[in-house]
Design a protein around this ligand. Structure first.
Ligand code: GTP
Ligand code: MG
Length: 330
């Protein structure tokens, strides 16, 4: 079926970043629908193309079948190298790097360390070491490859003002790195709200064009979203924005072969009678977007336990690590 969108010639394959087709160009999308979609965070075709019909129907207040049609249109129009042959993917996977957590069992649980081209989520209640692990990774990514690093620099998005340069100095010294250099390789930005937090990922892209950024930390991924979108009615917009944020992070990790670490609190589930009555914030959206999800809990101090859940290619399991003055250790 020839359509307005399909008739437009897509940009050449070598310029995948340019997408000239506007939402309004899609058959079935009028100005009102386009505005509603943009308000809900669907600003470009790719986001529409990968959305679910239910989410689009809700965001644009249209029927599911129309939403399905719009998504199909977006997929056609956004097809700027949407497919990659297996050999290309294999080549990209070969470049995949890993960052050591400095705790062997934790590295093993992750299949050899924190992976690039992926999102690794650390979820757990307060004091389980999420921020300490993020600090540790920000230091160990600076090590050479033989020592478990990527000779890389870091973008650190701090939403709770818990970044501590003093901790970086301690951890760098413990690894024989120059503390001043280590600090200068970590580009820290305080995110004042969820909007700002998302904007900082775009800023990180600019930085990554000049510096060898191999790790981006978002500590915490969900805190601002949770406090700003508190009511039940705000759940859908919150999830859509979180989804967009995570996809931008994933895009960053693919483009720059960087690792993404996000931390996540857990919410109380008083309705659960057996097992752990807590679970990570952000529900399915965060669960699906995170490539690796680790659930952290306290053990006999200074020990903590990490459990790997929902991993695509690794067996579920647990690792014990310690929070020491030098950083994370076995
Ligand atoms: P929330 O952000 O509150 O949810 O917690 P979190 O999971 O980020 O916890 P965090 O990483 O801040 O871990 C806190 C724990 O790390 C403390 O209970 C200490 O055991 C340990 N810790 C924090 N700072 C230091 C430090 O300077 N030296 C040492 N030895 N341990 C520290
Ligand atoms: Mg923390």
């Amino acid at each position: 079926m020839p359509t307005k969108a399909a008739a437009k010639s897509p940009p050449p394959a070598e310029a995948p970043a340019k997408r000239e087709v506007a939402l309004e160009d899609l058959a079935g999308v009028g100005p009102t629908t386009a505005d509603k979609l943009r308000e809900a965070g669907y600003t470009d075709l790719m986001e529409l193309a990968v959305a679910s019909p239910g989410d689009i129907a809700e965001a644009a207040e249209i029927g599911t079948s129309i939403a399905q049609k719009i998504i199909a249109e977006a997929r056609r129009a956004a097809d700027v190298g949407g497919f990659e042959v297996g050999t290309v993917l294999l080549e990209r996977r070969k470049k995949l790097g890993r960052i050591t957590t400095m705790a062997r069992s934790l590295d093993e649980l992750l299949g050899g360390g924190i992976e690039t081209q992926a999102i690794t989520e650390f979820a757990g209640e307060f004091g389980t070491g999420k921020t300490q692990i993020a600090h540790q990774a920000a230091v160990s990514v600076q090590l050479p490859v033989e020592q478990g690093g990527l000779t890389g620099e870091v973008v650190y998005i701090d939403t709770e003002s818990t970044f501590r340069p003093e901790r970086i100095v301690d951890m760098a010294k413990a690894l024989g790195l120059d503390p001043t250099e280590a600090l200068n390789h970590i580009h820290v930005a305080r995110a004042y709200n969820s909007n700002h937090q998302m904007l900082l990922v775009a800023k990180a892209q600019e930085l990554a064009r000049e510096k060898p950024i191999r790790l981006i930390v978002v500590d915490s991924l969900t805190a601002h979203f949770r406090s700003e979108y508190a009511g039940r009615a705000e759940l859908a917009p919150r999830q859509q924005l979180l989804n967009k944020h995570l996809h931008e992070l994933l895009k960053f990790s693919d483009t720059y072969n960087a690792a993404v670490i996000v931390t996540n609190q857990v919410s109380s589930r008083p309705d659960i009678l057996f097992g752990d009555p807590t679970r990570p914030i952000g529900g399915n959206i965060v669960a699906h977007a995170s490539t690796y999800r680790l659930y952290l809990r306290k053990s006999k101090p200074p020990r903590r336990i990490a459990r790997l859940i929902d991993s695509p290619n690794l067996p579920e399991g647990e690792a014990v690590y310690s929070l020491t003055p030098d950083g994370i250790r076995e």
